[in-house]
Write a protein that binds this ligand. Structure first.
Ligand code: ATP
Ligand code: ZN
Length: 286
């Protein structure tokens, strides 16, 4: 029997689609009929387990799955001895304190003696302890945002990405205590055989993640500014420079970090760059 690496992925919810997309971008084919509990990839020794996100850390810890994709919040809340293998960057959200509109909030100290409802009691407890604040934490598994209006809690601590749900429940976000993205977690005692499969998978995932971090740009610029252009774009490799029919101009091609992209673009414009073309990179390997 061939050894397969087992990956636990959320069955349906905020993490599911991007988790599967990253694996698909790695050139791994599978049906992804996620009504199934389990399925095998067609062209890579990978097997999927589709689970509720809350269960994923425990399954990985118990060795039922070898690796899994969950929000960092879930990983930290459960505090199991697992390894974070990669930060995958998607499903960004924050765990925030929110209070009713008329609550006077001046900082975490305003929570002293209050009742706070949350699905993340461990993360919240740790944060309050660091700030030396004593409050009563009510652990609730869902619909945390309605607890102040029904008189169960004075404040809440919940995951937020845009804040729209809070506002519609008469709450305002006052402080983010924790930031999360999706992470790949792993069992610490993987067999040598499974480690090797994981390494092959990571080589591909890293190429996919790196490609997301960069843009490919092409533009024309007066040749006399080439030194300045090189200083601005830096680049991970030296840019490709091609002569143009008009000998006072050159064409430049290079990759730029997504995070620096707008800065770079503005600076290139001030140097008279023209015909700037930007494209996404699908994959980028070292
Ligand atoms: P399940 O049925 O699998 O238990 P769930 O309802 O607990 O699903 P989702 O709402 O799908 O879980 O959220 C999964 C993860 O997505 C969260 O743990 C968090 O890391 C991330 N996330 C991103 N944005 C948000 C948001 N606005 N609210 C809640 N979670 C978010
Ligand atoms: Zn869940």
């Amino acid at each position: 029997m061939t050894t397969r690496l087992r990956i636990a992925v959320q069955k349906s919810g905020r993490l599911s689609e991007r988790s599967l997309q990253i694996i698909r971008d790695c050139g791994i084919r599978f049906g992804s009929d996620s009504r199934l509990l389990k399925e095998e990839a067609e062209n890579f020794p990978l097997e999927f387990l589709y689970l509720r996100d809350d269960d994923i850390p425990r399954y990985v810890n118990d060795g039922v799955a070898d690796i899994g994709i969950v929000g960092r919040n879930e990983y930290d809340e459960q505090d199991l001895p697992l390894e974070i293998i990669r930060d995958l960057g998607f499903s960004k959200c924050r765990l925030s304190v929110a209070v009713p509109i008329d609550f006077v909030y001046t900082g975490l100290a305003s929570l002293a003696g209050k009742r706070i409802a949350t699905s993340y009691p461990n993360i919240l407890r740790k944060k309050l302890a660091e700030a030396q604040i004593e409050a009563r934490i009510y652990e609730i598994s869902g619909s945390v945002e309605i607890t102040p209006s029904i008189g169960v809690a004075d404040a809440i601590c919940d995951l937020v990405s845009t804040g729209a749900t809070l506002a519609s429940n008469g709450l305002r976000e006052v402080e983010a205590i924790y930031h999360s993205t999706a992470v790949m977690i792993g069992h610490q005692g993987l067999s040598q055989e499974k480690r090797l499969i994981l390494e092959r998978l990571l080589l591909r995932i890293d190429a996919v993640l790196r490609a997301d971090d960069f843009k490919y740009i092409m533009f024309n610029v007066p040749k006399k500014h080439l030194d300045k252009v090189a200083a601005i774009i830096g680049g991970i490799t030296s840019p490709t420079v091609t002569p143009l029919l008009d000998a006072t101009w050159v064409a430049v091609q290079t990759v730029v970090r997504e995070a620096q992209f707008w800065d770079v673009l503005e600076q290139l414009k001030t140097l008279g760059a023209q015909g700037i073309l930007v494209t996404a990179i699908e994959k980028m390997a070292d």
